[in-house]
Design a protein around this ligand. Structure first.
Ligand SMILES: Nc1ncnc2c1ncn2[C@@H]1O[C@H](COP(=O)(O)OP(=O)(O)OP(=O)(O)O)[C@@H](O)[C@H]1O
Ligand SMILES: [Mg+2]
Length: 258
């Protein structure tokens, strides 16, 4: 099993006092492409972070490629797993190329990068930017790129680590339909051609149904669906009534604005 979470609960608690990850169990096989869904605050980002050892756990265990995640082997595991953080997490003042090269810092020693990034890594970074269709922006500061271009740079930065597992947190957020499909198609191609296991957080049910066979839906830190990605609106219709009282409260305001 590539990813195995057994009864994990986070130490951090939500405002209501329950753990933000509440007894989650799931198994993901090598080469799967899984959509992770749920309303805001459901625990999606926290679950991805827990797979990188970034969330302290109260109980349960995470195994990556059959290795138990512990503080001692966290660096080894992080070399196999790359994460595209919500919002991209790029350094705005650096060029696209340098941002991609920053992805190598985790596996190059400090003396290897003391005099700058090596030529081999530079060529690889450029190749990745070319594959993702943003080669012409390689020297441009990230602050001057569009949201879609930034997401592609973020994917390239994750890929330079040659990960076996790619965790993408809302990689299409804020993008138009075409840019969203471009990003999703890039992830799907990596999954098809390089057999990288992908977990992607999405809010768009249609997008999930198009690209992922399997979907996991979280609600209040728990898994409420783990199965087919098709016809997910029924699952969400069960979730929405629990937040409807607050929605009813804002209805008159929306009507006033309209
Ligand atoms: N560092 C933290 N300390 C305490 N609580 C946190 C922390 N980070 C997130 N939370 C809480 O944990 C819950 C889950 O947050 P998380 O960011 O995982 O949700 P999400 O499903 O990714 O939401 P979104 O769709 O808005 O990105 C939320 O209630 C949030 O307020
Ligand atoms: Mg999130």
């Amino acid at each position: 099993m590539t990813i195995e979470c057994k009864n994990i609960s986070s130490r951090q608690k939500s405002a209501l006092g329950s753990p933000i990850l509440n007894n989650i169990s799931c198994q993901i096989k090598k080469g799967e492409f899984v959509a992770l869904l749920g309303i805001n605050g459901a625990g999606k980002s926290s679950l991805l972070k827990s797979l990188m050892g970034l969330i302290p756990l109260e109980k349960g265990e995470v195994r990556i490629n059959d290795i138990l995640l512990t503080p001692n082997n966290i660096n080894k595991i992080r070399r196999q797993t790359a994460m595209i953080f919500q919002g991209g997490g790029l350094i705005r003042q650096l060029s696209a190329l340098d941002n991609v090269l920053c992805g190598t810092l985790g596996f190059r020693s400090s003396w290897q990068t003391l005099w700058g990034f090596n030529q081999g890594d530079r060529l690889l970074a450029l190749e990745l930017l070319t594959e993702l269709g943003v080669k012409e922006h390689a020297q441009q500061k990230v602050s001057k790129l569009s949201g879609g271009q930034r997401q592609r740079v973020a994917i390239a930065r994750a890929l330079i680590q040659s990960p076996q597992i790619l965790l993408a947190d809302e990689p299409t957020s804020g993008l138009d339909v075409i840019a969203s499909h471009y990003v999703m198609e890039s992830l799907a191609r990596l999954n098809r051609e390089k057999h990288i296991t992908v977990i992607v957080v999405l809010h768009d049910l249609e997008m999930a149904a198009t690209y992922a066979k399997r979907a996991i839906i979280l609600e209040k830190g728990r898994v409420i669906h783990d199965g087919s990605s098709q016809n997910l609106s029924t699952q969400f219709n069960q979730t929405v009534p629990t937040i409807l009282p607050s929605l009813n409260g804002i209805k008159p305001i929306i009507q006033q604005i309209a």
